[in-house]
Design a protein around this ligand. Sequence first.
Ligand code: TTP
Ligand code: MG
Length: 384
Amino acid sequence: MKRKIIHVDMDAFFASIEQQDNPEYRGKPVIVGGLSGRGVVSTCSYEARKYGIHSAMPMYMAKKLCPQGIFLPVRRKRYEEVSEQIFKILYDITPFVEPVSIDEAYLDVTHVDKNPEDIALEIKKRVKDATGLTVSVGISYNKFLAKLASDWNKPDGLMVITEDMVPEILKPLPVTKVHGIGEKSAEKLRSIGIETVEDLLKLPQENLIELFGKTGVEIYNRIRGIDERPVETMREIKSIGKEKTLEKDTKNKELLIQHLKEFSEIVSEELIKERLYCRTVTVKIKTADFAVHTKSKTVDKYIRFSEDIYEVAKGILEEWKLEQYVRLIGLSVSNLSPVKYEQLSFLDKRLVKVIKAGNLAEEINKRIGKKIIKKGSELLKDNK
Ligand code: TTP
Ligand code: MG
C-alpha cells in the first residue's frame, strides 16, 4: 500500500509572525535578521522577495536593494512559541510527525481515516485560526515528493503529486530541486551539460555513483519517484551536553557558574534545533585527582530555554561543597521529550512497538486522552 505523506512548511515564517504581531507591517517588505554590520537575512516577507532579497543574504545588501524595507531583529522566543502552537495542531492529527525545523514537518497520515486533501485543508484552517499565519502543504506518497509539493505554489499553497504525475512533473525542474543536490553538485552537473531533471534522468546509475558516491543511488531513485525514507517520529537522542577541561584548576564557583551559563546556551540551542525539551539537568565535575562526580536535578515541567536550564544548573553548583580543585566542568540535560505536553509524551519507541504488536488499545488508554484512543483503535483496525 502506498503511503500518504504530508509536508508542511510555514510561509516566510519569522517575517509573517512580525506582520501578524504588528499589523502596520502587513503588505510591506519586512526583513528579519542580524542588524549589526555583518548580520545576514534570516528571512523576509514575500513583498521583500520581489526586490531579490533572500535568506542568508548579507543585511547591508538587503538594505541596498530595498532601503524603504522594515528591518527587524530576530525574536526567536516568540517564533518558538508560535511554532509550538503549530506543532500542537500537527500532533493532534497524528502522532507520526517528524519535525524538520522550527516551521517544517512531515506527517505520515497513511493510517488516518480521512483523505489527505481534507487533512491538509484542516491543517491550513486550524493554523490560520490559531496563529493568523498561512502554511503551504504538499501531499504525496513519499517525503521527497511531498516536500516538492509544498514548495510548488508557495505561499498558502496546496499541491498533490500522485504516482501518475511522475516523472513528467519532475522533468522541467532544475536539478537543485532534488533533495541531495546542493549548489556545488549542481555546478558539477552543469559542467557536463546537465541542468534539469530531464537531463539527469538520462544518466545511468553508475554515472551518478561516480559523481556523488552513495547519494548517487538516492538521487537516481528520487527522480524516478522512489524514496523509502520513513517519517521518523522518534529521536534516539538520550541526552545533550557540553563540557570543558579548564585551563587552570579552580575552586572559584563564580567562574564555574560562568561556564554553566555558556553551556546552558549551547545545550538550549541544540534542544531547540532537535525540537526537544528536557526535565533533568546534570552537572559534572572532574576534580584534580581525576575523580568524576555528577549531581542531577529533575524539574516538574519540561524546559528548553537557556535561562531555565542555567537556573537549575546554577542551583546544583551553589549547593555543591567543593572540597577539591576542579579541572573539568560539564552540563548535560536528559529525560528528553519531543513535546512539553504530558498528554503527548507517548511519542516514544514503546508506542511503535505496541502498534507493531497490535495490542495498543490498553497501552494507549493508560497514557493518552480519548481522542487518540479512537485514532489508536482505527490504527489497529488498519493493521489487522
Ligand atoms: P524557511 O522555511 O526556509 O523559510 P521561510 O519560512 O521564511 O519562507 P518560505 O515561505 O520560503 O518557507 O525557514 C523557516 C525560518 O527559518 C525562516 O522564517 C527563518 C529561519 N531561517 C534562518 O534563520 N536562516 C536561513 O538561512 C533560513 C533558510 C531560514
Ligand atoms: Mg517556511
